[in-house]
Design a protein around this ligand. Structure first.
Ligand code: NAD
Length: 441
């Protein structure tokens, strides 16, 4: 198994290790077949409750993939998901609360990481060190310092790292991006993203309490600061608390920003980032991230603008969330259901042809999981290689840093520093709580 994995890694990931753009990589570096169609690929899931489980389900729909181990720090989630796996006809998995047990298992080829954002970096870096491939949920991690070290680890250890930005595998997103790139919209001067979601308003406060039975709460906190258990900061709703997540901007923002970065072929950090926001809609909720936020990204020759509103679900073009590319000939507007073009001009003289809405086939997640397995088995290029997860997380986190630091932020990508202020620079990397140590690569 180890020998097989070594062969698989050196061939399928040679391109990433050489720093070659992933769109070019597999086509000329990977062999036409890395593993046979009948060879088994073994996986484990770390963080099983919600999204990680969906990832595993779609990964197990690929032929000859077996799940050996489930890992979670909540004993009832573990028992429930192990039971479900067996009921679905899969072999009984091993279970553990310690992700390091998974990484020590030489029989596991790839791990899926579906933990909350503050628990992405350590298992991902250590998985790369342990010679495993990684399907990791978005955002890549909860800080700029973490995403940087994760990128370094993936490159150093030549692991395939697919980030859960599944829109990259959606056929209608791909055609929307191609349309933008075709130039038919004319000069694009702004790319706007919006995400209006009820959950962004936060829950009503509840008192601190004991953690539920069977939960290893200290391990759930991991590198985050020690504090009493509170249900609002736990399963699902942790995203609105700074130690674990980055609110709507890093939760939904990375998916939508990614579409703008893809279409506009962005390969650098923004020139500057300025955020304004606050908890304006509700002042009685339990959350730390702003329910209202606008972020201006200064780009070379155009602007990008993110906007979110927690507690409402209506938005421009009657879409609660979306992305729009504003061109001189027309505007392309997209969400997960469709993309449309609104031509400029009038009935007498339109600047471009109108077209029917282009619908989604709703297969992006399944395609994304298939792409990950094909990358391991056959050397296909990853659709959301870590570089893309890194870039959209960088944009999202810089937006949050500008909000927290309360001024315009300039990030120097070479130095990996915020040069505009020490206050903002200090927010790039979290302090890890002992015994967890910030990884070095
Ligand atoms: N790609 C998408 O569209 C999408 C959608 C939803 C969530 N997500 C991402 O998926 C990740 C998980 O989100 P969720 O909604 O499933 O969260 P969740 O809180 O529902 O589930 C997280 C699980 O991880 C477990 N966990 C926590 N620390 C752990 C550790 N150290 N080791 C093992 N297990 C641990 C928890 O007990 C819980 O079962 C997040 O990064 C989120 O942003 C992505």
């Amino acid at each position: 198994m180890t020998k097989r994995r070594t062969f698989l890694k050196t061939s399928a990931t040679a391109a990433a290790g050489l720093g070659i753009s992933s769109s070019l990589s597999a086509s000329f570096l990977a062999p036409s077949s890395v593993l046979g169609a009948n060879d088994k690929i073994t996986v484990a899931l770390i963080g099983c409750r919600n999204q990680g489980w969906w990832d595993l389900e779609d990964i197990l729909k690929q032929s000859n993939v077996v799940c050996l181990t489930l890992c979670d720090v909540d004993g009832s989630v573990l028992a429930d998901k192990a039971d479900q796996l067996e009921k679905m006809g899969h072999p009984k998995p091993n279970i553990t609360m310690d992700y390091r047990v998974v990484l020590e298992d030489k029989d596991i080829d790839a791990v899926i990481i579906g933990t909350p954002d503050h628990w992405h970096c350590l298992p991902a870096v250590e998985a790369c060190e342990a010679g495993k491939h990684v399907y990791i949920e978005k955002p890549l991690a909860n800080s700029v310092g973490e995403i940087n070290v994760m990128l370094d680890a993936a490159r150093k250890y030549k692991s395939l790292v697919q980030v859960g930005q599944q829109q990259r595998s959606g056929a209608h997103w791909k055609s929307a991006i191609e349309f933008v790139k075709s130039g038919k919209l004319g000069t694009i001067r702004q790319v706007k993203f919006w995400g209006n979601f009820n959950y962004g308003a936060g829950n009503m406060p509840v008192p601190d309490s004991d953690p539920p039975a069977g939960v290893d709460y200290d391990r759930w906190l991991g590198p985050a600061p020690l504090r009493p258990f509170n249900k609002n900061r736990f399963h699902g709703s942790w995203r609105m608390f700074r130690d674990y997540g980055g609110g709507l901007l890093s939760d939904w923002g990375v998916h939508l920003l990614d579409m703008g970065l893809w279409a506009m072929d962005v390969k650098n950090a923004p020139l500057s980032v300025q955020s304004l926001g606050g908890n304006f809609a509700n002042t009685d909720r339990a959350l730390e991230m702003p329910d209202t936020l606008t972020v201006l990204y200064e780009m070379e020759g155009y602007n990008m603008v993110w906007e979110h509103n927690g507690g409402i679900e209506r938005g421009p073009y009657d879409q609660g969330y979306g992305v729009k590319f504003i061109g001189s000939n027309g505007t392309l507007v997209a969400d997960r259901e469709k993309w449309r073009v609104f031509p400029e001009g009038s009935g007498e003289e339109w600047r471009m042809e109108a077209m029917d809405p282009q619908p989604s086939d709703h297969k992006s997640h399944l395609n994304h999981c298939e792409n990950f397995i094909r990358a391991i088995r056959y050397g296909d290029s990853l659709n959301a290689e870590i570089e893309y997860g890194h870039r959209s997380a960088l944009f999202a986190h810089l937006g949050n840093i500008s909000y927290w630091a309360d001024h315009r932020v300039v990030y120097d990508e070479k130095q990996r520093r915020i040069t505009s202020s020490e206050k903002a620079d200090a927010l790039l990397t979290p302090a890890y709580r002992a015994p967890w140590k910030f990884p070095t690569v």
